[in-house]
Design a protein around this ligand. Structure first.
Ligand code: UDX
Ligand code: ADP
Length: 469
């Protein structure tokens, strides 16, 4: 039984992914007296968490896992037993956009969340606090509560919403020093129990408590606002390219207004990641559901602008390269959706590669953290998604037109062009004279992140194009 006099001793987190893994590692590090168990149905993933090579790349994560694993941090496939023994259960499973049925392409697929709730209801005894960590549409807690109320063993539950705001690549910093931790719920005791966990390392004034629905909606809104900033500056980047303006100068000028602020104004080839698009589409679906088509349309435009930015990048490449890239070798530098992560979900690279392949370009892809199998899988998936299934011709297209390199230099060898799509720091440290030497001339370099803008590559012999200037 959990109440004020019985602090949390055992936590179970369902889902050992990009959110569950790092978050639980941080809780284990900060709370040595709490036993933290991270469970997943994916045996391979759990084996990786128990090995020297973790399934996700995140600076600083390995050290924390090594410090706590085998002490108070366990990764296991023993889902039921871990749920049964826990005082507090986090649900941190994936909630992808639905690809079928009602709300396809917009609504979140809550199948995995519902399965978790049913499993918790089936195996629990006594009282437990269930915490929604995955990003969920507003009022999901209601469904979770109803499922939990049909427990097998007369167990009782409090449901909290505790959305995660960490960004990949900086997850450890974000978890260690969050701007805020949001806890939504109805039961003051349950809220207090979770506040007490975070209060071990997060200053009290940054622990915000709200009602359940505000907490759920705040997560979608935060991501929608962040993505909106990127789409806004990207929209301006198109105008900059048509005029003599420079988008980075515009961003610096507007960002120095303290009401606007300088962050999240970096024009790019387009935002990616598992959250932004999914959460906005989710928001759009909710607005439509609640009879607010104008609000839905307003937010949908953020995603449309992002799609336009990715398409625009490819169009500019093709136009610049004499209107054809057919049979030309193009080096793709970067496949992850941002630097310092091996995550490729919704990466702009996938869509740029797809459109270049449709133009019959030959791609040679390099990413420091993403391997060949993952790259091929993403490309097969994006073609399969468009056509309903992966046709033989698309399978052949990928097979015949994609190679994967082990370095930037190898990818650029004899290439007509380089497309830099992820802002990995190592890309700015190359010997560009050597790269130029190995490429066909004119040597085109399309910088989708303005990462090499200050290196004067035009003066060094490249045909250099960035975003928004
Ligand atoms: C985001 C939110 O930041 C985080 O709070 C939430 O918990 C999950 O979603 P994440 O997707 O990990 O985090 O990465 P983020 O740093 O937000 O970047 C998202 C995308 O936007 C990336 O593709 C990034 O390259 C792009 N981006 C970001 C820009 O193109 N320009 C910017 O100025 C900022
Ligand atoms: P996120 O980025 O939200 O963390 P991930 O896809 O990286 O998402 O991780 C979610 C994890 O949840 C996956 O490893 C998946 O296997 C796991 N998972 C999904 N459903 C269940 C379930 N019912 N029980 C246990 N684990 C689950």
């Amino acid at each position: 039984m959990v109440n004020k006099t019985h602090p949390i001793r055992r936590i179970c987190c369902i889902g050992a992914g990009y959110v569950g893994g790092p978050t639980m590692a941080m809780i284990a590090k900060q709370c040595p007296d709490i036993d933290v168990r991270v469970v997943d149905i994916n045996e391979h993933r759990i084996a990786q968490w128990n090995s020297d090579t973790l399934p996700i790349y995140e600076p600083g994560l390995t050290e924390i896992v090594q410090q706590c694993r085998g002490k108070n941090l366990t990764f296991t496939t023993a889902v039921e037993e871990s749920i049964r023994n826990a005082d507090m259960v986090f649900i941190s499973v994936n909630t992808p956009t639905k690809t079928f049925g009602v709300g396809a392409g917009r609504a979140a697929n809550l199948e995995f969340v519902e399965k978790c709730a049913r499993q918790i209801a089936d195996v629990s005894e006594g009282h437990k606090i269930v915490v929604e960590k995955s990003t969920l549409p507003v009022r999901t807690a209601e469904a979770v509560k109803r499922i939990l109320s049909n427990s097998n063993n007369n167990a009782t539950f409090d449901v909290l919403s505790n959305p995660e705001f960490l960004a990949e690549g900086t997850a450890i910093e974000d978890l260690l020093d969050p701007d805020r931790v949001l806890i939504g719920g109805e039961s003051p005791d349950a809220i207090q129990a979770l506040v007490d966990v975070y209060a071990r390392w997060v200053p009290r004034e940054r622990l915000l408590t709200t009602n359940l629905w505000s907490s759920e909606l705040s997560k979608l809104t935060a991501n929608a606002f962040l993505a909106q900033r990127v789409s806004s500056i990207n929209a301006i980047s198109a105008l900059c390219e048509a005029t003599e303006a420079d988008v980075d100068e515009v961003a610096a000028a507007i960002g120095s207004d303290s009401r606007i602020g300088p962050k999240f104004l970096k024009a790019s080839v387009g935002f990616g990641g598992s959250c932004f698009q999914k959460d906005i589409l989710n928001l759009v679906y909710l607005c439509e559901y609640f009879g607010l088509p104008e609000v839905a349309e307003y937010w949908e435009q953020v995603v449309k602008m992002n799609d336009f930015q990715k398409k625009r990048f490819v169009t500019r490449m093709v136009r610049t390269m004499f209107n054809t890239v057919s049979d030309k070798k193009i080096a793709i530098w970067g496949f992850a959706f941002k630097k310092d992560t091996n995550d490729t979900r919704e990466s702009a690279s996938i869509y740029v590669c797809r459109d270049l392949l449709l133009e019959k370009a030959r791609l040679c892809i390099y990413d420091p953290r993403v391997g060949e199998q993952q790259i091929r899988q993403e490309l097969e998936y994006v073609f399969a998604e468009a056509d309903g299934e992966l046709s033989d011709s698309k399978r052949r297209l990928i097979h015949d037109h994609v190679t994967v390199a082990v370095s930037c230099e190898e990818a650029a060898e004899q290439a007509h062009a380089v497309a830099l799509l992820t802002e990995w720091d190592e890309f700015a440290k190359l010997d560009f004279a050597k790269v130029l030497d190995s490429m066909k001339k004119p040597a085109f370099l399309f910088d989708g992140r303005n990462k090499l803008k200050n290196l004067d590559l035009a003066k060094k012999g490249f045909e250099y194009y960035g975003i928004g200037f």
